[in-house]
Write a protein that binds this ligand. Sequence first.
Ligand SMILES: Nc1nc2c(c(=O)[nH]1)N[C@H]1C(S)=C(S)[C@@H](COP(=O)(O)OP(=O)(O)OC[C@H]3O[C@@H](n4cnc5c(=O)[nH]c(N)nc54)[C@H](O)[C@@H]3O)O[C@H]1N2
Ligand SMILES: Nc1nc2c(c(=O)[nH]1)N[C@H]1C(S)=C(S)[C@@H](COP(=O)(O)OP(=O)(O)OC[C@H]3O[C@@H](n4cnc5c(=O)[nH]c(N)nc54)[C@H](O)[C@@H]3O)O[C@H]1N2
Ligand code: SF4
Ligand SMILES: [Mo]
Length: 757
Amino acid sequence: MTDTTTHHRICPLCEACCGLEIKVQSSKVISIRGHDADVLSAGYICPKGVALKDLHEDPDRLRTPLIKRNGVFAQASWEEAFAEIERRLPPLMAAHGRNATAVVVGNPSAHKIGLLTYFGKLARALGTKNVFSASTLDQMPKQLASGLMFGHWLSVALPDISHTDYLLVLGANPLVSNGSMWTVPDFKGKAKALQARGGRLVVIDPRRTETAAVADSHHFIRPNADVFLLAAMVHTLFADGLVNLGAVPDSVNGVSEVQQAVAPFTPEAVATRCGISVDTIRTLARDLAGASRAAVYARIGTCTQEYGTLASWLVDVLNTLTGNLDREGGVLFAKSAAFAANTIGKPGIGKGVTTGRHHARVSGAPEVYGELPITCLAEEIETAGEGQVRALFTVATNPVLSNPNGPRLAKALDSLEFMVSMDIYLNETTRHADVILPGLSPLEELHFDVAFPQLSWRNHARYSPPVLPSAHDQPEEWQTLLKLAAIVLGKGAQVDANALDDAQFAEDAQRLFGAHADAVIHATKGLQGPQRTLEVALRAGPYGDQFGRNPNGLTLAKVMASNHTGGIDLGELQPRIPEMLRTPSGKVELAPPSLLQDLQRATQDLLRLAPDLVIIGRRDVRTNNSWMHNLPVLAKGPFRCTVLVHPEDAARLHLQDGAMVDIHNGPRSVQAQVHISNEMMPGVVSLPHGWGHNLPGAKLHLAAERPGTNLNALLDDQLRDPLSGNAVLGGVAVTMRPASAQALAPTAGQTFSRATM
Ligand SMILES: Nc1nc2c(c(=O)[nH]1)N[C@H]1C(S)=C(S)[C@@H](COP(=O)(O)OP(=O)(O)OC[C@H]3O[C@@H](n4cnc5c(=O)[nH]c(N)nc54)[C@H](O)[C@@H]3O)O[C@H]1N2
Ligand SMILES: Nc1nc2c(c(=O)[nH]1)N[C@H]1C(S)=C(S)[C@@H](COP(=O)(O)OP(=O)(O)OC[C@H]3O[C@@H](n4cnc5c(=O)[nH]c(N)nc54)[C@H](O)[C@@H]3O)O[C@H]1N2
Ligand code: SF4
Ligand SMILES: [Mo]
């Protein structure tokens, strides 16, 4: 075993960002486990981390570019692929203008320093307003609410789980998802520690989830009703004289405006709508106010709904009005070692956030955080006229499965004149492309999390070098993005990406460091790409060595040197108000006018009757949105893409456990296998998203063996939260009836072998 080497690598697959210990022998991964010394995750790991080996070895994973000619993909060299793009794209842009192009970036890019720090270069080169991302299927409401309140899109208040006595969780299932907009590996262990010191965990969810099962109490809620529950809790705080601004009374604007705005939302007015009793609503508010230290956390279940921004906002209104904002055991802000806007510039004041700087051509939906709602993409391709999208770049995204009304989008993609995908698979989306440019296996890439330290339960800095060399002479994805930008800007496919990077870095240094630019360029000599960007961000960051002025401070070399000892621990989260605020007033804006105005919509909606049957989504530990069903270690075991139905609903609708059912939403319908379960709130059914791997032309052999049902083929792409542009993915009214006799249910517990491929 002499040639066995041990490597430490941050897992890039979900927001928990666990530290892994990977053993390699003769260039083959022989084991992956949690890294006990990791300062953030302390050895925690889930089955997906282990699946990095399967991902690395997956024969379906692309290693060379593909070019489609006469409808058939063929392997191509990188030179051929870039030449093809140069041949086809610039003429199209010359004829139809910049807005004839669009770009979509997806979830994995949040976990890739190269994609995250270089994607903007492609978007800027294109100069199109048609920039879309998975953010508007996900967390944009939380980002908008946080931006309006605290002044920056990533200034998100995080529960101080190590010290809190009461944690209220809405619309999140961290035991399965491992946390989101909150990097908190081993949530379960931390929740148990909270309970062991006498604290309580309370969950509000239309399904008795894995997280609800370990909670001290769980309350069902009608999907889409969180805004009403939260507003009524705020109402109760005022009515009972429980409002207390804790440590930040001089830093909060708008308390009386909030009091006025929630006046219609008495517990009596909302109880039926929520499916929660008046007494329970009052008790929830009183317990939150009465706990010595408490925190409210809400995630995707509260974002992907009609009132996503309002619900996200009211969560932090509750945190603020119970004295828990910015204090130990309440909610705190991380202080990230690099890249955080709330550590850059003048402390305590800023420009705040604005939306609507431009609008979508067809729907008129406002821009948010530089993007248009991703659910506008299909119509922007379909609708003729000036600015019609004719050429599309997709980067690490699979919107044919992940977007509501995916089948409509698939059809629209077929009508494009040109499409380029940066992706590691030929899948449901990239099958529509003319050129596919593959990224590396995560084990071949260096890693530093740009976004997640801004959302972490503890401050830290960790860097992972590549575990294995790139076996196929592939460019790194930041180089590919620079090449594409160069082609778009007319610099030609022959351009040297590294030289281009040097030139752009020199320009950036001039802009950022003025008279010190030469010193910065000199200090980073020998580095390139995202590594160089990182070195500058770390050294100029809040813990940085300030290029020598603070000799004990962080440098990239110091963070790299800590790789085998689990990274650098930068301590527990600490109070940061007012220094972290970037609002124009220098205060926490508790009552942003756009939110108060939108609350009128909820007021008018108070009396609407909830539909009989609505559908919500679900996640499973062995899945990751739409793309990890091709990995043997995750694909094995019971079939996970079932529709959960409460026994009362099953009886009423004559549905048998294990049988197939037709699910309808207006003109759209899908078939799925029923699993009867009293985990569900009556009147609510649940089907996971990211399945439906039976589309022709994809190359995902294992996933296609048990393709599952595409929930998004059922959902409407026209329903959005108007403020954030986020898609509505839950609480959608459906009808169900037993499927015709021919429909065959997949066998539960079926196992798979590669022999079929
Ligand atoms: N109904 C419903 N729909 C949902 C959701 C839901 O809860 N319900 N959740 C939504 C959420 S939260 C999200 S984030 C979106 C996610 O939706 P997407 O952004 O589409 O992300 P994934 O489905 O994870 O697909 C990731 C894609 O990136 C590719 N990929 C993986 N690694 C790399 C890499 O290193 N480089 C490149 N270039 N490509 C790579 C994969 O092959 C795949 O094509 O889905 C959303 N869709
Ligand atoms: N294993 C695994 N982990 C993942 C992912 C994955 O696909 N698989 N995806 C990753 C991504 S991209 C993201 S964004 C995160 C998401 O992380 P989480 O937000 O924790 O995601 P979910 O597990 O979908 O939990 C959402 C919960 O909201 C509930 N819910 C639905 N509608 C409502 C409602 O109207 N009100 C309330 N109160 N609750 C509601 C659902 O029942 C569900 O339990 O997970 C990430 N982690
Ligand atoms: S929880 Fe699993 S998928 Fe997420 S970072 Fe940790 S090991 Fe990776
Ligand atoms: Mo997500």
